[in-house]
Design a protein around this ligand. Structure first.
Ligand code: GDP
Length: 335
């Protein structure tokens, strides 16, 4: 889409988000939308470690939107120190999962509050407020949901696969333990049912490890299918490669082509449009879905805001189109 950006300032946006990749877009969206943004976060990477409830994606989103994330390292908090890990190592404790001193405060406090009966949602909302985050940050569920990687080394809990084994075992299948009984929270339902909702965005997170567990919570895919507003995704693949993490490796191991066509196929029936990188324009018209071309590599804040602007403009253009033909068959246009 060309020309100056004319964004309507009405309506809320819901973004489905994993960790680092998703949080980058969420930061751009927060810049444009403030309190009109609700970020619904994956919690299937959560696990118990050293007696603490660790919630990696939720914390990545909280640190990123709160301006506290470490840009160099790419995860965790800035101004971090590692005294706890060093002391733990000295006494022979488990050190395979790194926990910074400041980060520890989050895990200790979350664990204490959960043990005293507070929900993951209530804790996230309170901590977001304390970090000065204007957007709403919500875990998809308060119930236990765990990604299990079925690999060439057997079934691995997600963090054992991701951090412990550095994603080395080949993935054969991915399961979400607890998904059948997990429930969408009231807060998530309210955000999705809001009268002034404008757009639902699937962030460029790992589709298999970050977005699929959100979609696995009963009722979520139905909500997307029945949405009265456009649902769009941003591809995490640029030029056949993932920017970070095991997305490309997992696609290879699952026998899937690392292409935007595959991303469009993966989300077929759930999304109305897909944003792909301008460098991937070739063949965009054949993806069988409305496609919008934009620079999707997010480096500094400006590129995150720019991609967020594209997402809003693309969403608004789809909304206009849908109004014209009442959600008729997808035209497969490229903008
Ligand atoms: P994780 O849970 O921390 O691994 O984070 P996510 O699942 O949210 O994000 C991982 C995905 O983000 C990977 O597939 C990356 O390709 C994708 N990603 C990271 N940075 C960017 C970016 O700047 N642009 C796009 N399009 N994708 C990105």
């Amino acid at each position: 889409m060309k020309g100056p950006c004319h964004l309507s300032d009405e309506g809320g946006v819901v973004a489905l988000c994993g960790g680092v990749g998703g949080a980058k877009l969420a930061l751009g969206l927060q810049h444009l939308l403030g309190e009109r943004l609700t970020v619904i976060v994956n919690v299937a990477d959560d696990f118990e470690h050293l007696g603490l409830h660790i919630s990696p994606d939720l914390d990545t989103v909280l640190y990123t939107l709160g301006g506290l994330s470490d840009q160099q390292r790419g995860w965790g908090r800035s101004d971090e120190t590692w005294n706890f890990m060093e002391a733990l190592k000295e006494i022979g404790g488990q050190t395979w999962f790194s926990l910074g001193d400041r980060d520890m405060a989050m895990h200790v406090e979350r664990t204490r509050r959960r043990l005293s009966g507070e929900s993951l949602t209530a804790i996230a909302i309170d901590i977001a407020g304390r970090f000065g985050i204007r957007s709403n940050v919500l875990p998809i569920t308060n119930d236990k949901l765990s990604t299990i990687v079925v690999s060439t080394e057997g079934e691995l809990e997600f963090q054992r696969y991701f951090v412990g084994r550095r994603c080395e075992p080949a993935v054969k299948q991915i399961r979400f333990r607890g998904a059948e009984s997990a429930r969408l929270t009231q807060e998530v339902l309210q955000a999705l049912d809001a009268d002034d909702l404008r757009l639902i965005v699937l962030c460029p997170s790992n589709p298999y490890l970050s977005i699929d567990p959100i979609l696995a919570v009963p009722g979520m895919t139905e909500k997307l299918r029945a949405a009265r507003v456009p649902v769009i995704a941003i591809s995490p693949i640029i030029g056949g490669q993932a920017i970070k993490g095991p997305t490309r490796k997992i696609m290879d191991e699952l026998g899937l082509e690392a292409t935007n066509r595959e991303i469009a196929r993966h989300y077929a029936g759930l999304i109305d449009g897909l944003i792909i990188d301008t460098t991937d324009a070739e063949g965009a018209a054949d993806l069988g879905i409305d496609v919008h071309l934009a620079p999707t590599l997010m480096t500094g804040l400006q590129s995150k805001i720019a991609l967020a602007e594209h997402a809003l403009m693309f969403g608004d253009s789809l909304r206009t189109k849908h109004k014209e033909r009442e959600k008729g068959p997808l035209s497969g246009g490229v903008s």
